[in-house]
Design a protein around this ligand. Structure first.
Ligand SMILES: *Cc1c(COP(=O)(O)O)cnc(C)c1O
Length: 393
């Protein structure tokens, strides 16, 4: 088979073999319903308890503060709607940013249609919010601040500690979408004063369709899913037992291997960035050079379209992602790239390559060998590029 190189770890990750191995028995012989009293049920319940402890340990929380969900999107929805409706008597104002994941943005937009007011903070050219903007946005109606830890497109890491200081002082509930940060950044919910935090297994070498919401003890929020008494009556539905087991294992591995993982992906990331910058003209790095996810590379190539670039790379077996929201059927550049202040044209030429544990140096070498050629070929077809080149001579 043709060589295939996966550089889309921010979209999803392959499961680790150890994760699958732990999950397997829970599909067959250990299939009990965790709510059942008999030994089958107890066996399942114990497995869930262990996973809850593993998750808690990975983020410095207590086991009873971890609630399993059907993924990161559900955790975001639950946190935001749950807090909004539980605090309606205290206020109706929410603060977030313009570069959140759609699971946060669309939830906020939904709440705006239902009587809430939302402030969407701008970001600077590197994707950072300004702390003063945040302070100025707070009113006596503000009940929730929801800001992502690290951005899924450009990898920018927000000043979460500073934000947590402010929310603590002002006694405003602080939710963090840490789906991308988890497993890539050291996270301690107490050090950072985080009240709620969304996690997802499939971004950290675990299974899809399972996530978690960390809810600080004492924080009250409405339920999203009503029904049985699972998850201490806060999230109904028979538990996704194999998923929860897999998530627990993936979380343990992520925290045990954090330093090694960061070192590995960062080395490859920096090699890729340096190599492209050296070989290609008219290219800029989207996002922040320092406060950046260790495995995230996002370039804007002038005079080409990200979509064409993506397709050409795919033919060479290289799997990346572009900055366009092509999944939603539109070819508009993403809200994240536009928020950086990029022009439409430049945002359109953006390419995200995200590196993970299974990426090798040979993979990066191959990309460094092929990508400049592809960029060059696509630019040869661009009248604008011809003009610029002509002017240079
Ligand atoms: C992937 C992702 C989500 C959604 O998680 P799912 O488990 O796929 O629902 C939410 N937020 C961020 C930042 C993500 O990268």
């Amino acid at each position: 088979m043709k060589k295939r190189i996966y550089l889309d770890y921010s979209a999803t990750t392959p499961m680790k073999q150890e994760v699958l191995d732990e999950m397997m028995p829970y599909f067959t012989e250990k299939f009990g319903n965790p709510s059942s009293i008999h030994s089958f049920g107890r066996e399942a319940k114990q497995a869930i308890d262990l996973s809850r402890e593993r998750l808690a340990k990975a983020i410095g929380a207590k086991a009873e503060e971890i609630f399993f969900t059907g993924g990161g999107s559900e955790a975001d929805n639950w946190a935001i709607k749950g807090i909004a409706y539980a605090n309606r008597d205290k206020g109706n104002h929410i603060i977030t940013t313009k570069i959140e994941h759609h699971a946060v943005l669309h939830t906020c937009e939904y709440l705006e249609k239902n009587g809430f007011e939302v402030t969407y903070l701008d970001v600077d050219a590197f994707g950072h919010i300004k702390i003063d903007d945040l302070k100025n946005a707070i009113t006596d109606q503000t009940i929730l601040i929801t800001i992502m830890f690290a951005n899924n497109e450009i990898g920018t890491i927000q000043p979460i500690q500073e934000i947590g200081q402010i929310t603590k002082e002002k006694k405003i509930i602080f939710h963090v979408d840490a789906v991308q940060a988890f497993g890539n950044v050291k996270i301690d919910v107490n050090d950072l004063n985080i009240d709620l935090m969304s996690l997802s297994a499939h971004k950290v070498y675990g299974p899809k369709g399972i996530g978690a919401l960390y809810i600080r003890k004492g924080v009250k929020l409405h339920s999203l899913i009503h029904g049985g008494a699972q998850e201490r009556r806060r999230r109904a539905g028979t538990e996704n037992l194999p998923g929860i087991v897999g998530f627990g294992k993936a979380a343990s591995l992520a925290s045990e291997n954090l330093e090694v993982h960061i070192q590995h992906v960062k080395t490859l990331r920096d090699k890729l960035i340096k190599g492209i910058m050296e070989q290609v003209n008219y290219v800029r790095l989207n996002g922040h050079s320092e406060y950046r996810l260790p495995g995230n590379v996002n370039f804007a190539f002038e005079f080409i379209e990200g979509e064409s670039l993506l397709l050409s790379l795919d033919m060479l077996g290289i799997a990346g992602s572009s900055g366009s929201a092509c999944t939603s059927g539109s070819l508009d550049p993403s809200h994240v790239l536009m928020s950086l202040g990029l022009t439409h044209e430049i945002a359109h030429g953006s390419l995200r390559l995200t590196i993970g544990d299974f990426t090798t140096e040979e993979d990066i070498d191959y990309v460094l060998q092929e990508l400049p050629k592809v960029v060059d070929r696509l630019r040869q077809m661009s009248p604008l590029y011809e003009k610029v080149k002509g002017g240079q001579k």
